[in-house]
Design a protein around this ligand. Structure first.
Ligand SMILES: NC(=O)C1=CN([C@@H]2O[C@H](COP(=O)(O)OP(=O)(O)OC[C@H]3O[C@@H](n4cnc5c(N)ncnc54)[C@H](O)[C@@H]3O)[C@@H](O)[C@H]2O)C=CC1
Ligand SMILES: CC/C=C\C[C@H](O)/C=C/C=C\C=C\C=C\C(=O)[C@@H](O)C/C=C\CCC(=O)O
Length: 290
C-alpha cells in the first residue's frame, strides 16, 4: 500500500513503537510542495499503461519503454514507486501528496514532545497530537472524529497503545484488548466503503507473547492472544461484508522501549516480580530490537 495522501491514526503514538510507526509513515510520504492545511483527497493512483507496441510484455516492459524521453524532472513520488529508476517519466501520475499522522496518547507531555520533534523533521501540519485515554470510549470516539475533521479523511488505523501490568490486570485487559476492539470497530465505521469511507488498513499490535505462553505475564499474554484471535476473525467478517478495509496483526519480539522498564517494577509485575530475572534471561534469548 502506498501512503502518499494517506491519513493515519496511531494510538499510543507518543513514544516507543507507535512513535516509530508515525515517523516511518511520515518519512514515506515524500513532499513535493509544502502542504497548506487539510489536503485534497488524492486522485486514484495512475496505472502503468503499457505503451503501444509493448502490450502484453508486462509492467517491466512498460517501464523500460518509458525510460528517458519526456521533459522536466520525474513526477514520480518515491512513496509510490520507490523501485522505479529516476529516469522514468510518468506525466500522468498525480503530484505526490504527503502522508499525515494523528498521534493519540494519554501522556500529554510525551505527545507534545513527539509532535514538536516530528514537526522539526517534517512539515508541522502533517502531525496532529490528541490527548486521549483509549479506555474512555467517548474520548476515543471523539479523537477519531477530530482526526477526520482536521485532515478530511482516514486511511490507516494502528491500534498500538498497550501496557504490561499483571498487578492491575483489569487495566491491562481494558487497554491491550478492549480498546483494540473498540478502535477496530471505529476504524471500520469511519473507513468502511459501505459507510461512505475510502476503505483502508487497520493494524493491531499483538506480541510474540500472543503466539506462545508467557509464564510471568499471563494476563498480558492473554490480551495479546486475544488481539490475534479478534483481528483474524474481524478480518474475515470485513472481507465478507466488503468493507474495503484490510486488517493485520503485528507480533513484535522484545523492543527497547519504556514498556520494558515495567519488568523492574513491583507495581507492574505484582506476584511475578520475583521472576524479573527470568524475563531478562528471555530477553537475552530472544534478543531486544533497538
Ligand atoms: N516493547 C516491546 O518489547 C513490545 C511491545 N509490544 C506492544 O507494542 C505496543 C507499544 O508498546 P511500546 O511502544 O513498546 O510501549 P511504550 O510504553 O513505549 O508505549 C506505549 C504507549 O501507549 C500509551 N498508552 C498506554 N495506555 C494508554 C491509554 N490507556 N490510552 C492512550 N495511550 C496509552 C503510553 O502512554 C505510551 O506512549 C504495545 O501494545 C505493546 O504491548 C509488543 C511486543 C513487544
Ligand atoms: C515486560 C515485557 C513487555 C512486553 C513483552 C513483549 O510483548 C514481548 C514479549 C516477547 C516474548 C515473550 C516471550 C515469553 C515467553 C515465555 O514466557 C515462555 O514461553 C518461556 C518458557 C518458559 C520460561 C520459564 C523458564 O525460563 O523456563
Amino acid at each position: 500500500m502506498h501512503v502518499n495522501g494517506k491519513v493515519a491514526l496511531v494510538t499510543g503514538g507518543a513514544q516507543g513503537i507507535g512513535r516509530a510507526f508515525a515517523q516511518a509513515l511520515l518519512g514515506k510520504g515524500a513532499k513535493v510542495s509544502p502542504g497548506r492545511g487539510p489536503l485534497p483527497s488524492p486522485p486514484p493512483p495512475a496505472r502503468l499503461a503499457p505503451p503501444a507496441g509493448t502490450r502484453g510484455r508486462g509492467v517491466a516492459a512498460a517501464r523500460r519503454a518509458r525510460l528517458g524521453g519526456g521533459a522536466g524532472p520525474p513526477a514520480v513520488c518515491p512513496a509510490v514507486l520507490p523501485s522505479v529508476r529516476p529516469a522514468l517519466i510518468l506525466p500522468s501520475l498525480p503530484p505526490c501528496l504527503p502522508a499525515q499522522v494523528a498521534l493519540l496518547d494519554r501522556n500529554s507531555e510525551a505527545g507534545q514532545e513527539s509532535k514538536a520533534a516530528l514537526a522539526e523533521q517534517f512539515e508541522a501540519q502533517r502531525t496532529l497530537f490528541i490527548q486521549c485515554d483509549v479506555t474512555d470510549q467517548e474520548q476515543l470516539k471523539g479523537a477519531f472524529k477530530k482526526v477526520i475533521e482536521h485532515f478530511g479523511r482516514l486511511d490507516i488505523v494502528v491500534n498500538n497503545a498497550g501496557v504490561n501490568n499483571e498487578k492491575d490486570w483489569e487495566s491491562t485487559i481494558q487497554i491491550n484488548l478492549t480498546s483494540v476492539i473498540r478502535g477496530t470497530y471505529l476504524g471500520l465505521e469511519y473507513m468502511g466503503k459501505g459507510n461512505g469511507g475510502n476503505g483502508g488498513v487497520i493494524i493491531n499490535i499483538s506480541s510474540l507473547a500472543g503466539l506462545m505462553p508467557a509464564a510471568f505475564q499471563p494476563v498480558y499474554c492473554a490480551t495479546k492472544h486475544g488481539v490475534i484471535g479478534f483481528t483474524r476473525s474481524i478480518a474475515l467478517a470485513a472481507n465478507i461484508e466488503n468493507y474495503g478495509v484490510r486488517l493485520n496483526t503485528i507480533c513484535p519480539g522484545f523492543v527497547n522501549t519504556p514498556i520494558l522498564q515495567s519488568i523492574d517494577k513491583e507495581e507492574n509485575m505484582g506476584q511475578y516480580y520475583s521472576y524479573k530475572d527470568e524475563i531478562k534471561n528471555m530477553m537475552q534469548f530472544y534478543g531486544v530490537m533497538e
